[in-house]
Design a protein around this ligand. Sequence first.
Ligand code: UDX
Length: 440
Amino acid sequence: MKLTVTGTGYLGATHAICMAELGHEVLGVDISAERIAALNEGRVPFHEPGLADALTRSLATGRLSFTTDIAAAADFADTHFLTVGTPQHSEGRSADLSQVHGAVTALARHLHGRHLIIGKSTVPVGTAADLRRMLNQLTGPDTTVDIAWNPEFLREGHAVRDTLHPDRIVLGVAPGSTAESTVRDIYARTLADDGTPFLVTDLETAELVKGAANAFLATKISFINAIAEVCERSGADVTQLADALGHDTRIGRRFLGAGLGFGGGCLPKDIRAFASRAEQLGATGIPGLLGHVDEINLRQRRSVIDTVTDSFDGDVTGRRVSVLGVAFKPDSDDIRDSPALAIAGSLSRSGAQVTVHDPEAMGPASRILPELGYAPTPLDALRGAEVVVLATEWRDFIDLDPVAARDVVDRPFIIDGRNCLPVEAWIGAGWDYRGMGRRF
Ligand code: UDX
């Protein structure tokens, strides 16, 4: 099938490449000439395991190309995915829909005949219905544009797998729409090979599924972090507690990892936008709940900053702190709303000499916080440190030799912000080890 994908950020670039992998002919569109040039040359502008290889393969087949010309997209196909960003508004918590409106307006101007726009971006409920009304006004009498919503649930670091083998496909359609059969054709291989559940619903429910999924995941993380605080104050261990909870299949162990909490380009801004939209609609439960979830999440970062500061009797000026990790999670170079970078930045602003290491994200971090020290290896980051904060659970850090690490620091004090280190080995090597909500 011939498809276009407008917006080639994390979601769109991955989606365009994976649709080509499924055998479709795909044209990716973006307003950034730099991004389009990179993709056409086979370069993925962010770190995502497996994506660069998939891009090279698809470009070689001739089934995938990228352009800045939206008119070309209107000519190329009659099915158009919308994958632009919906960041948090610069003022307030709501989603900024300017990219969604901009892309739909630009595309609509060039459409003639029958077209289908399939939204994948995370949007506030009601957006698709608004776009439907907008499209009616923007297009001429010779043109019909149907709109459907097909939310994306991919995780960074697993984006290719999540796109090619999703655990469900959700599709919201307007009354009388024929989008379902088109979307079934697009994902035919996935549906046949994996038996993926395919849920068809109205536009509003499809939009809300994504918001609700993110809200639930964020709540689960903040729940365990709130429990971690009780553990810490009572001498219990949150890791063993989470293991015990996880055996209850109604609860499950995943997303019960206590620590520095959630960050990234999705969960934080999506729960704020979800709460803001619920508030607009007069629904009071979700804004209250998610306000607490957000607050508990941010408190985790503050508690680590306080532990570091207390270890220096309240003054970090000139003290040497090593932060392992700046990405918001491993296998990613994404530093958006990263707990790791927030901690490093805050301690540095308070006067500490902060040195960091991250296997992938030091480039993006150094553009935002050039005042931090950037060490080429984990051991270089630890050299002379008086406190070490493990902030992102990269394999390289989990595998660090605690004895070798002990030999290069000034004071062997480590805060394991992700509860991921083998505790006995670190304590055995002479470290003062502090977990999050743990006995140690
Ligand atoms: C998330 C959703 O998982 C995905 O479905 C949605 O499409 C986009 O947002 P992503 O941002 O890639 O994906 O990250 P995810 O793996 O969900 O982790 C989010 C954050 O939660 C990370 O900062 C991670 O460190 C943190 N986390 C995760 C915890 O603190 N504890 C856990 O147990 C799990």
